[in-house]
Design a protein around this ligand. Structure first.
Ligand code: ADP
Ligand code: MG
Length: 426
């Protein structure tokens, strides 16, 4: 066994103050060894991103120890790099300039920086696009630029926070393959990779070891080795068995309702996020289930059939579950009578059912109350953003506003005026 690169001992993270205080991470013990590709999976809000920030020293945990190569980590870990889901490129810099940024504080001649950046761009398969600006690139190419920027720094520890989830299915799949190839052929100077994902299939496809987390409080509930040889085949029985195994670890944990639905912003407890799902996906998931004659369907098979990535199917399932349209048990989804009614209803009736259900979700009813108690029954986006930033990080708060607006418009509860960024009660 190789030496541990990262060692976490009894990590705890508490967020919030006073009544709103909650344990985001509880008692995390984790090791990442040299040569390992580790995936961290778990539902949204279980603390995956928080854990990454703690491992890389971007954030200091409330308590516990982070060791890097046997010594306590002080400040930001210069040997580690994180690639985020949103590409984080500067629009006014071209590809090579964006990549060279990673070497900005290195003491080396400018020519050498350019040479190294060019080489990294080659390695991710972007040669020829050195001078292109982010707006000229597809999502996949932007994420490749993000990877190039990460590997040019030659990090010992490469951390990836849901790096494929903002991409379309095809680009995500080819980028996964390319990353695996770079890694398994030893073309990366990297000693270990830590991939955060809520996509279980992706974890089984790529990782040597899967660390399964759950939330309330965020904790590790299981670790399993993936012994399958590369390249892995998603259709193989062993592959599917592994996926099912992880699903059943994650499902089956029943929570009291206030935890399932969350609390309103500003109330004690955890505000549950709305899944970022277009309304159309909710209906198409339900229609798919009806085609299965309402038998229980394996979540993972459903994703396969729809030709959607499992991310978007999981999100649609989460939305349907929140709305009471499906039940999920042990990784199997079944449609409820209400879900069936919704799927078969007219457009107007669908809206009515949706409106009645969505108002039960605390974050949604909180916004309705906020609007109805304001003088002109309106709220400006920045004001709403400030309120939500007390609960979520700024990026997530923006996403939540967009989902609230989309869902609220569909339910005919809100009107949104883009020109003055104001939400009105309908
Ligand atoms: P994941 O990446 O698994 O979705 P996160 O680490 O982003 O989870 O968040 C875990 C929990 O902590 C969530 O409930 C989230 O809203 C909350 N949280 C994350 N960052 C902060 C922060 N800086 N301040 C307060 N709460 C936070
Ligand atoms: Mg996250």
């Amino acid at each position: 066994m190789k030496a541990p690169l990262v060692q976490l001992k009894k990590i705890n993270q508490v967020y919030g103050k006073g009544e709103k205080q909650f344990p985001a991470l509880k008692h995390i013990d984790l090791q990442i060894r040299e040569g390992e590709f580790v995936a961290l999976v778990g539902p949204s809000g279980c603390g995956k991103s928080t854990l990454l920030r703690i491992i890389t020293g971007l954030q200091k945990a409330s308590s516990g120890v982070v060791n890097y190569k046997g010594a306590p980590l002080k400040g930001v870990n210069k040997e580690a790099t994180i690639v985020f889901q949103t590409f984080g490129l500067f629009p006014w810099f071209n590809v090579i300039e964006n990549v060279e940024l990673a070497l900005a504080d290195r003491d080396m001649p400018a020519k050498m920086k350019t040479a190294r950046a060019t080489e990294a761009i080659d390695r991710v398969g972007l040669d020829g696009y050195e001078m292109a600006y982010p707006r000229e690139l597809s999502g996949g190419m932007r994420q490749k630029t993000g990877f190039a920027r990460a590997i040019v720094a030659e990090p010992e520890l490469l951390c990836l926070d849901e790096p494929f989830s903002a991409l379309d299915v095809m680009s995500a799949e080819s980028l996964r393959g390319e990353l695996l190839e770079l890694w398994s052929e030893g073309k990366l100077p990297t000693k270990a990779i830590l991939l955060v994902t809520h996509n279980i299939e992706e974890a089984v496809f790529m990782a040597d070891r899967i660390v399964v987390m759950d939330k309330n409080p965020g904790r590790v509930i299981h670790e399993l080795m993936v012994g399958l040889p590369h390249p892995r085949n998603r259709k193989h029985a062993e592959f599917q068995l592994m996926v099912d195994q992880v699903y059943s670890l994650l499902a089956g944990q029943t929570q009291p309702e206030y935890l399932e639905y969350g609390t309103a912003p500003g109330e004690p407890g955890i505000t549950r996020k709305l899944p970022d799902v277009p309304i159309a996906n909710i209906a198409s998931l339900l229609e798919g289930l009806i085609e299965h004659n309402n038998k229980d369907v394996d979540l993972y098979k459903l994703a396969d059939e729809f030709g959607h990535d499992s991310d978007s199917v999981l999100m649609a399932t989460e939305a349907c579950e929140l709305l009471g349209f499906v039940d999920v048990k042990q990784g199997d989804v079944s449609i409820t009578p209400l879900g069936q009614t919704y799927a078969e209803a007219s457009i107007t009736a669908r809206k009515e059912i949706f409106a009645a259900r969505v108002k039960r979700i605390p974050i949604f009813s909180w916004l309705i109350n906020l609007l109805s108690s304001s003088d002109e029954r309106k709220i400006e986006r920045p004001v709403l953003l400030a309120a939500l930033e007390l609960e979520f990080h700024p990026e997530e708060a923006e996403i939540q506003i967009d989902v609230l607006i989309n869902w609220g418009r569909y339910a005919e509860e809100f009107v949104y005026d883009d020109t003055n960024e104001t939400i009105y009660l309908e």
